[in-house]
Design a protein around this ligand. Structure first.
Ligand code: TXA
Ligand code: MG
Length: 321
């Protein structure tokens, strides 16, 4: 049996699999089977009030799982799906309470990864999937990350390479009229405004958080300190920790000192997003007590898209656990 065929049979039996997507790896189960969805929460150790995203094979399925599909949703789906955008809509009666935590809305997305799409098509139904990490830790962007976190509980984790985007999807709430960003991701407010021709709310880091989004959600074990690129080296050297991590871009010059552990994430926002979670994990594994991270990578400080998403995740990591 091929790996995908095995994964589909596990899903059909109400089981849970590790599923690569273009953002992060997901922990997927049959989204219409409450017992299967309950297994996701049990494995992750996640409070059941935190709603899950329902992943679809195609935008044509919007009408099955949303009670009303506003014109805005159709336009965003046409522009960005398959891709790293999640839409919050009023749910249809088909969506179980287990997925939405009893809310009247549901989060829907068509992932832009060939393996995820093949599994969705062959399974023939929607898959509920949060990120495939233990609750509160850094999201996985490789199969090895999933196995390290959840390998004992999830026998099938499909290989899909390192996730292209590397940060979770943008979440846009369309259930209350004007579009509102609940979680920044690669699809930024400017991208959305270009498609809809209207202003988007809440893409400024001050907007309302998605329900169940904790400050500490993306935290590694080590403490994270955000600094300006110009002071990151100085502050790391001044630290009294035995081992000190630096998360910096390619341009940063770091003197070689045995106790400094340097992890570079390239020179652009795209490379930094792609590398960020793997870098936090590696610094944890190196045993650093603290991580000094540059505030903005590749010089970018755009208030939208990946720049904002990176800053959002770093700020949450810095908020600690
Ligand atoms: O990129 C992603 O979105 C990844 C991949 C696997 O698709 N998934 C992911 O899932 O990040 P998770 O469970 O880690 O985050 C889903 C977020 C949560 O913050 C949750 O609060 C929000 O989606 N969410 C889900 N349903 C919602 C709803 N009805 N209203 C508002 N927010 C919702
Ligand atoms: Mg998550």
């Amino acid at each position: 049996m091929s790996e995908v065929a095995e994964a589909v049979s596990v899903l059909a039996a109400g089981g849970v699999i590790g599923l690569p997507t273009e953002t992060v790896y997901g922990l997927a189960a049959d989204g219409l089977n409450p017992a299967a969805v309950a297994r996701i929460f049990a494995i992750k150790g996640r409070p059941t009030a935190h709603p899950l995203i329902l992943h679809l094979a195609d935008a044509s399925e919007l009408d099955r799982y949303a009670r009303e599909v506003p014109e805005r949703a159709r336009r965003l789906a046409a522009a960005f799906w398959p891709g790293p955008l999640t839409l919050i809509l009023e749910r249809s009666a088909l969506v179980p309470d287990a997925v939405t935590g009893g809310r009247s809305t549901v989060a829907l997305r068509v992932p832009g990864h060939p393996v995820a799409l093949e599994v969705l098509r062959r399974f023939g139904g929607p898959l509920a999937a949060p990120s495939a990490n233990r609750f509160g830790s850094v999201s996985p962007t490789t199969r090895a990350h999933v196995l390290a976190d959840l390998g004992d509980d999830v026998p099938v984790v499909l290989e899909g390479g390192a996730c292209e985007v590397g940060l979770e999807s943008t979440i846009v709430d369309l259930s209350r009229g004007a579009p509102r960003i609940l979680r920044p991701g690669r699809v930024g407010s400017l991208d959305i405004e270009r498609v809809l021709g209207e202003a988007v709310l809440g893409d400024d880091g001050d907007g309302p958080a998605a329900p169940g989004t904790l400050e500490s959600h993306y935290a590694p074990r080590a403490r994270v300190v955000l600094c300006e690129a110009s002071e990151v080296v100085e502050r790391a050297r001044a630290s009294t920790e035995a081992k000190v991590g630096l998360l910096v871009d390619d341009a940063c010059q770091v003197p070689s000192e045995a106790r400094l552990v340097v992890r570079r994430v390239g020179g652009t926002a795209a490379s930094a997003a792609h590398e960020l979670y793997a870098a936090l994990r590696e610094l944890d594994e190196a045993g650093v007590g603290v991580i000094f991270a540059e505030h903005s990578f590749g010089g970018g400080r755009a208030r939208t898209g990946l720049d904002l998403a990176i800053e959002d995740r770093l700020q949450r990591a810095a908020a600690g656990r």
